[in-house]
Each structure stands twice: as C-alpha cells, then as structure tokens.
Design a protein around this ligand. Structure first.
Ligand SMILES: Nc1nc2c(ncn2[C@@H]2O[C@H](COP(=O)(O)OP(=O)(O)OP(=O)(O)O)[C@@H](O)[C@H]2O)c(=O)[nH]1
Ligand SMILES: [Mg+2]
Length: 465
C-alpha cells in the first residue's frame, strides 16, 4: 500500500500510540535486480502466473522462519524479531554464520533456502548420530605402541614372566629361617630410653643365614661352657675374682693385649686371639654343641671346673632346683622373683643367671653373642640401640647373655642391670688403645657397686693387632 515492498519491506503497519502515529515494518528480501529494473510497482506483483506461484511458495517457506522472512539470513542474522515498546519499534536479531561466497553470488533470497536446508538436514543427521546409543568399546588403542590400552581390557600391563616365576633369591628369602631353638635363642630387644629394666620390649628375631665370615672351622657350634672356661674366668675360694687362667697351648699374648690388661689394672694377660680366629681354640675345646647331653640328670657332659664361675652357676641352679622341688614351685616362677630378691640382697651376693656383656660401642659385644648363638661372626652388624640377649639353655642350666649397647646414650643404663648380673663380660676393642682409658673408667664405675662381681675382660679384635 505504501509502495515499500520494492524496498524489501514485507509488512508494515501504522500504530497510533500517545497521539503519535508510528509506522512499524519488517524487512524482507530485497527485490531482485529484474524487479528493480522493471520499476516500482512491478516487483511483488509477478510477471506471470508461474512466477506468482513460485513467489507464493517461497513466502510460505519464508514465514516459517523469521530470519528467512526478513531476508536477514544472508547477512548472517540467524533470528530476528520486531518489538514495539514505548511507541518505538525495535529490531532485535542475533548473528549467525555469514553466508557463503556462493550464497552471496547467488544473491539475496537464495541463501538459507537450498543450501541452508541441506545444512539443516546435515546438522540434524549429525545430532541424530551423536544421540544414538554407542556400542561399548572393549579396547581403545590410544598409543601407537599398543602396550597401553584403556577400556574394559583385562591386564593393563602385560605381566612379566619374571614375576610369575619367583627368582631363586625370592624363594630363598621366603623359606623359614634357621631354627636356633635347639641351642640358643636369639632375641633382639629394643629398649626405650625412659624404660626401666623391668620394662622391656621383646622382639623375637630368628637369625637368618648371615653373610659373614664363617667360623665353622674354628668352633663348629660353640660350647658356651667351653667358651667361658677358655677365657679363664675363675673365682677364688672366697668368691673373689682370681687371676686369669690361661688355656694350655695358647699363643703368647700380643704386646697390645698386655697393654690392655695393664691399663685395666689386671695382673697378667688373659690369652686367646679373638672370638673366631684362633684355630687353637678348636684343638683345645672341641665343640660340644648345643645338643642335649646324654646324662640328662646332670645336664652337662662334663662338670664345670671347680672354682670357676660355671661351677658356681651350676651349683646355684642345682640349689634352686632342689629348693623349688621341695616347695613344689617351678623354676621359671622362682626365676621371676629373682629381681625382687635382688633388691633386698646385698650387692656382694649375686643371684641372677644373667651374664652381662658390656663395653664401649664397636667393641664386639653383639659379635660375641652371634658367635654364641650361631657360631659365626656377623660382619654387617648395626650398633645396638637397646639391648640384645642370647639364651643358652641346657637341661639344668639357662644362661642369658645380655648385651646393652655401648653408645654414650646407653651407658647410663649399664648400672641398672648390674644388680641382676652373675658375671660381667666387659668387651674391649684391643686394637684401639685410645679407648682404653674410657673403657677402664666405665669398668671401674660399674664395679664400684659390685666389687665382688665376677668379671671377664674380653680383649676382642686380636686379629687386628
Ligand atoms: N676384625 C674384627 N672385627 C670384629 C671382631 N669382633 C667384632 N668385630 C667387628 O666390629 C664391629 C662392631 O662390632 P659389634 O659387635 O657391633 O660391636 P658392639 O660392641 O656390639 O657395638 P655397640 O652395639 O655399638 O655397643 C662389627 O663390624 C664387627 O664385625 C673381631 O674379633 N675382629
Ligand atoms: Mg652391639
């Protein structure tokens, strides 16, 4: 009516609001060049019946989509609408992809119909495809190497045949460790710094096969009685430690050994050449092992030497056993009371069966216990952080060798164990004369409370002299 159709305005209306007339229109596709050439008034009318039909069909399609209707699709506007507010018409649109070059060449009105529909179809097909239920992927190859796979596969990494068949070393480690219960039990005990002697934390450890210098050729299995006898610890008739007795056939003492003995105030060297290094030991003391003796009534194959510490241990154990038998008590219960009795007993009367093994750090206390329990000298020994114990059991005799670490932080605990000791074995590294004064000082302090305690000074590491 207003002749605006040739300008591309599809519809227009006049609105009267607030006394003002507004002309509101919406754009449509521009008239074709032919229409413009034909002049105003010709466009939109059609040149023939077919053309009109075609335009009518196009219009129907265009009205379905506002952007198509307004002819804005070619400008990249996907949707648009006209809003009338406050008497003003606003054209609101949103941009979309620009028309392709082909669409632009084809001219306005052509884009958004042929190719747009195909595009829509394509998009719809894609959406349908994405929405379709996927079949589960059992194996997804994500790396070119093919070993790493993700998905519902069973093994992520192929199991190595080495794992499936354990090595000989693993099998060896998994085997039960040597059972030393026949001769002696090795107990590694850890002691908390604040603990008292009665508060121990036992942690029983079986010795594994040690990677160590083999002492079999020296001692076979050590006979603890022979061992102590060899080192010549003895009592006098009054119970006072007598002069050390040398085993027959021992080599003359080394000068360093004499120096150690004199430094410690002894009257003469004690002989011997170390724990596991003297072949003469074997000849002097053939091993009796830890096996049960034939004579179960005495418990010993040969009685200990009269006057020695072992004869005292033997006599004391025999007396206790007799006493326990008469009172109907069992020996272990009696042994439990020993510590209580010791508190009231005089220091000059040792009541325990504990051989206390003391000495400065690195002297060889743990090595001694190893030799006693396993008959071998362990080389990779860690410093003792608490204490170690070896129990040597025979029918009538249980002797516990108790080592307390020799580090400076543990030496204050030494004195606490002195009351239970039957014998003190003080181990000294005889290859290190520098430590002799310190060792002597500690030894004197220990003996100040138990001057009559039997003492054996073990000059260790003779092989290094
Ligand atoms: N050459 C030689 N080395 C020895 C001998 N006895 C012990 N050792 C070594 O001396 C080192 C210390 O021995 P340990 O038995 O740990 O000494 P320790 O007295 O228990 O020391 P702490 O536990 O720290 O108090 C270890 O490496 C032993 O292998 C010996 O007779 N000769
Ligand atoms: Mg030790």
């Amino acid at each position: 009516m207003l002749g605006l159709r040739e300008a591309g305005i599809l519809s227009a209306s006049v609105v009267l609001a607030g006394g003002v007339a507004y002309l509101i229109w919406s754009y449509g596709p521009s008239p074709s060049r032919e229409d413009r050439d034909k002049g105003p008034g010709t466009a939109g009318k059609g040149t023939g019946g077919e053309e009109e039909k075609e335009k009518g069909a196009r219009r129907v399609t265009a009205y379905r989509n506002p952007t198509t209707m307004l002819g804005l699709r070619e400008a990249g506007i996907l949707s648009a609408s006209v809003v009338l507010a406050g008497g003003v018409a606003y054209l609101i649109w949103s941009y979309g992809p620009s028309p392709s070059r082909e669409d632009r060449d084809k001219g306005p009105g052509t884009a958004g119909k042929g190719t747009g529909e195909e595009e829509e179809k394509e998009k719809g097909a894609r959406i349908l495809e994405l929405a379709r239920h996927k079949t589960s992927k059992t194996v997804w190859e994500t790396t070119p190497c093919g070993t790493l796979r993700w998905g519902n596969q069973d093994p992520i990494w192929p199991v190595s045949p080495r794992v499936q068949a354990p090595s000989a070393r693993i099998q060896e480690l998994s085997r039960p460790k040597r059972d030393l219960s026949a001769g002696g039990q090795w107990r590694k005990e850890e002691m908390a710094p604040s603990s008292t002697p009665n508060q121990r934390y036992h942690n029983t450890v079986r010795l594994s096969t040690p990677k160590s210098r083999n002492c079999e050729e020296v001692s076979g299995s050590w006979d603890v009685l022979g061992f102590l006898g060899f080192f010549g610890v003895s009592y006098g008739p009054d119970g006072v430690l007598g002069a050390p007795q040398l085993g027959a056939g021992f080599s003359p003492p080394h000068p360093g050994q004499r120096q150690l003995h004199e430094s410690l105030g002894g009257g003469g060297p004690s002989g011997g050449r170390g724990l596991c290094g003297n072949t003469e030991i074997q000849s002097q003391r053939p091993s009796a092992g830890f096996s049960r003796p034939e004579n179960a009534s005495t418990g010993l194959q040969t009685p200990p030497r009269p006057g020695g510490v072992l004869s005292k241990i033997w006599a004391e154990k025999g007396a206790r056993r007799a006493e326990a038998t008469s009172q109907g008590a069992v020996i272990p219960a009696e042994a439990q009371k020993t510590s209580d009795k010791e508190k009231t007993s005089t220091p000059e009367e040792p009541r325990g069966t504990q051989v206390l093994v003391l000495g400065l750090e690195g002297a060889g206390k743990t090595s001694l216990l190893h030799c006693l329990s396993a008959g071998v000298l362990e080389q990779d020994i860690e410093p003792t952080g608490g204490f170690n114990a070896v129990s040597v059991s025979r029918d009538n005799l249980d002797v516990e060798f108790l080592e307390i670490g020799g580090g400076a932080g543990l030496r204050p605990y030494w004195q606490k164990y002195m009351s239970r000791a039957l014998l003190l074995v003080f181990v000294v590294d005889s290859s290190d004369p520098k430590v002799f004064p310190v060792a002597k000082q500690h030894l004197m302090e220990l003996l100040s409370n138990r001057p009559r305690l039997p003492l054996m000074v073990l000059a260790n590491k003779q092989d290094l002299l």
